[in-house]
Write a protein that binds this ligand. Structure first.
Ligand code: F3S
Length: 766
């Protein structure tokens, strides 16, 4: 097993290609001149496909303006989002992925009674999906981390993240890798496919928010409190369009895993990603996780080229300073991660808001906070309480982030300490963090109750499916202390707990080593490394033809050689239409790998502009039905269709299903007042034409079942995105309107639509 663990970390491809990146940075400096660069810029711009093309001719005005075309070093995918990413990748016909990639089975594993019971049950329930992922990994040369091996971000931190690396991950907390100095960005599956097929991945150059850390954490304050505090300042949107770059003397005092925690939760303020510079802790962690060769290469690169530090003259767009020495523990929530309260004020805030005073459960671990240091500091508190004769009075759950962490904690008897305190050790997987928590306590759906977790997100219903469960996010240390009082108003820094022998007990501040003194052990690792050479094309991919969870994709048809004629308006949307309205999540998630089945949720959250009804569409004869039903009916009848919508259509996530599904059901155009940028790009990638009204009030001229033909669209596409487009509308009553529309097609994107989809185009080139 030890050998297997080192296969992941000692492979040559886990070392970033430093010489190439340093050389690329030289090109970047030639284009940008003498301006100082932040660390984020150095790493990002050295991954440009063509520095001159992305950065040239802008007089140095890059941030917030230029579109960067990037070639990333690595891709990581979690099991839920990997399905559609791989099914799309398969349509390209490539023999293997163009960059190293890994698949992590973590999201589909339940947390209920403990790892021994939950893991086999979850494997059985999701067998066809795991079998598919494993077979696709084998066929295309992707590393496969089986169920139980750990959570994607912890595994990436232990094996792949490194200073100067640039990677994409199909999960929003991918920035966790920034703790080791990587630019690690969370994306949707279609973006991951760009990287897997070696197409440049496009990103608008982020602005850089500098967070200067001074002083040193002490007592109960932890790295988690840095980001809990920052989330309160920035709010859930404050980091949008920014990379958060930490710097200053305080950085040197943090552990590598603590820096990972801070970067992980940068997703909660909407940041593109977050990162730290390389410190002595980074190197110690790389060495402890079997990557001395990466540590040596990074040190050498830094010495010779200063690649892994910001330039002295670098300027941040904004700077926030945090003095770690004065930082208090924080508690964030409920229901939003930016509602931040310092521990000293929390008691009053609970009372003011009438939040539950009884704590029903405490959960530690997850991808955010399951480092050796986190767990040892929690153990220190459990041992103190046990010595005073105390037992937790609230339920206590522990989720190790990986098998390596679990096995190491088992060897060092930390897990025994948790278990003897009545703690339940769950599988090394997401479990309660992603709604896979089957509660066995007496909390019923609809019961208002409070839980404390060391997780990163606390939206309603996220953990146990109960919209009334208030999840308060905090450090694992504070969660652990709170379960002994059972009260949300307890402050372990000032308050005592009565002991069974009539005395009172007060916690001492937690302590614990950064890394295991006897090293990590891999445990019972179920990991299949990527093969050294390209696998045989005969290797099968396992998809049962009768599966209702997985289905192979057929390439979409090319655009054709004429204008779009006589399309029908399927639905006119009123108001907000997010990716959740277009492709709902929740119970539908299990069909993520089956386009036909998940397409039954298409637009079911959208409101009908003509009737105010949700998911009710009307056919020509006045009969009503659900939107997906009408789309399927028209598709059968050979009618192509379009949707008309208002502002910011497709806001929310990068979910590619929101573009794939309408395309699959025969949609050709989305005509809106405006689009969310990522969704607009996703539509073009799937071969749908996004158009906007040149005059917003023309939205009123068009209604359901109207006939629409394009004018100038084909010519514009054939001209690489240049040219004017309009549409001709014939109303049900025969009236005609010509409506001018706008588009944002680039040359590449015009090519996607003409080919039928971006993947069709890429596979033609392959
Ligand atoms: Fe996401 Fe799993 Fe972490 S659900 S937040 S990756 S534990």
């Amino acid at each position: 097993n030890r050998k297997l663990a080192s296969v992941a970390s000692a492979r040559p491809d886990v070392c970033p290609p430093y010489s190439k990146l340093v050389k690329n940075l030289g090109e970047v400096r030639k284009v940008l001149g003498t301006q100082g660069l932040t660390l984020a810029e150095k790493i990002l711009y050295s991954h440009l496909d063509n520095a001159e093309e992305s950065l040239g001719g802008r007089n140095g005005n890059v941030r917030g303006e230029a579109y960067l075309k990037l070639k990333v070093d690595r891709v990581a995918m979690q099991d839920a989002s990997a399905q559609m990413a791989l099914l799309q990748f398969m349509t390209c016909g490539l023999p293997s992925t163009a960059v190293p990639a890994s698949i992590h089975c973590d999201h589909m594993i339940v947390g209920e009674r403990g790892a021994d019971v939950d893991l086999p049950k979850s494997i059985e329930g999701n067998k066809e999906v795991f079998d598919f992922l494993e077979s696709a990994a084998k066929k295309y040369g992707i590393a496969f981390w089986a169920p139980g091996s750990g959570i994607i971000h912890q595994i990436v931190l232990e094996n792949y993240a490194a200073p100067g690396l640039m990677m994409l991950g199909t999960d929003s907390h991918t920035p966790n890798g920034g703790g080791l100095g990587a630019i690690a960005i969370g994306v949707g599956g279609a973006d991951a496919v760009d990287a897997l097929v070696d197409a440049p991945w496009e990103l608008r150059a982020p602005k850089i928010l500098g967070v200067r850390l001074e002083g040193q954490l002490n007592g109960w304050a932890t790295p988690k409190d840095v980001i809990l505090h920052l989330a309160g300042k920035l709010t859930v949107r404050g980091g949008t369009g920014y990379i958060i770059e930490y710097h200053g003397p305080g950085v040197e005092t943090l552990s590598a895993t603590g820096m990972g925690t801070i970067c992980n939760m940068g997703a909660e303020v909407g940041a593109t990603t977050s990162l730290f510079p390389m410190t002595s802790s980074t190197l110690a962690y790389l060495n402890a996780t079997g990557r001395s060769h990466v540590a040596e290469a990074a040190v050498k690169t830094q010495k010779e080229s200063d690649y892994l530090r910001a330039d002295e003259t670098a300027k941040y767009d904004e700077v926030i300073t945090i003095n770690l020495s004065e930082l208090e523990p924080h508690i964030n929530g409920p229901f939003t991660p930016d509602l931040s309260t310092p521990l000293s004020k929390f008691k009053d805030v609970v009372k003011e808001n009438n939040w539950p005073e009884k704590l029903s459960a405490g959960l530690i671990g997850s991808c955010t906070n399951s480092s050796y240091q986190d767990m040892l500091r929690a153990e220190h508190l459990v041992k103190q309480a046990a010595a005073a004769g105390l037992k937790p009075v609230a339920d206590f759950f522990v989720t190790p982030g990986s098998e390596q962490i679990r096995a190491t904690l088992e060897r060092d008897q930390t897990l025994d300490v948790f278990s003897s305190a009545g703690g339940t050790v769950l599988a090394n997987a997401c479990g309660p963090c992603i709604g896979q928590w089957k509660r066995t306590d007496d909390i019923k759906k609809g019961d208002s109750n409070a839980i404390f977790t060391s997780y990163n997100r606390n939206f309603r219903s996220r953990n146990d499916g109960n919209a009334e469960t208030m999840n308060f996010l905090t450090s694992p240390e504070l969660v652990t202390a709170m379960i002994y009082s059972g009260s949300t108003t307890f402050n372990p820094m000032t308050d005592s707990i009565p002991t069974p022998d009539g005395k009172t007990f007060k916690f001492q501040p937690p302590t614990g080593p950064e890394l295991p003194p006897n090293g990590f052990i891999p445990g019972n690792l179920d990991f299949k490394p990527a093969p050294e050479s390209i696998p045989s094309p005969e290797t099968p991919v396992v998809v049962s033809p009768t599966s209702n969870r997985l289905a192979l994709l057929e390439p979409f048809k090319p655009f054709g050689t004429s204008e779009l004629k006589d399309m029908k308006v399927l639905f006119k949307v009123k108001g907000k239409c997010t990716t959740d309205h277009i492709s709902a999540a929740g119970a539908w998630l299990k069909y993520k790998g089956h386009l036909e089945n998940i397409a039954n949720n298409t637009l079911i959250g959208a409101m009908n502009a003509e009737t105010g009804e949700t998911n009710v569409a009307y056919d020509f004869d006045g009969s009503s039905m659900g939107i997906p039903e009408l789309a399927r009916k028209w598709q059968k009848e050979g009618k192509e269709w379009l949707v008309v919508a208002e502002n910011n259509y497709g806001e929310g996530s990068a979910r590619e299903h929101a573009a794939l599904q309408p395309r699959y059901l025969g949609g050709r155009v989305i005509l809106a007042k405006s689009f969310a940028r990522i969704h607009e790009t996703n539509l073009k990638k799937q071969g749908i034409v996004p158009l906007t009204f040149a005059n917003e009030q023309d939205y009123d001229l068009i209604g359901s079942c109207d006939s629409v033909s394009t004018v100038g669209l084909l010519e514009m596409l054939n001209n690489g995105g240049n040219g004017e487009v309009s549409i001709e509308v014939i109303k049900k009553d025969g009236k005609k309107h010509t409506i001018p529309v706008k588009h944002t097609f680039s040359k590449d994107q015009a090519g996607f639509v003409l080919a039928g989809s971006a993947l069709n185009l890429l596979s033609k080139k392959a």
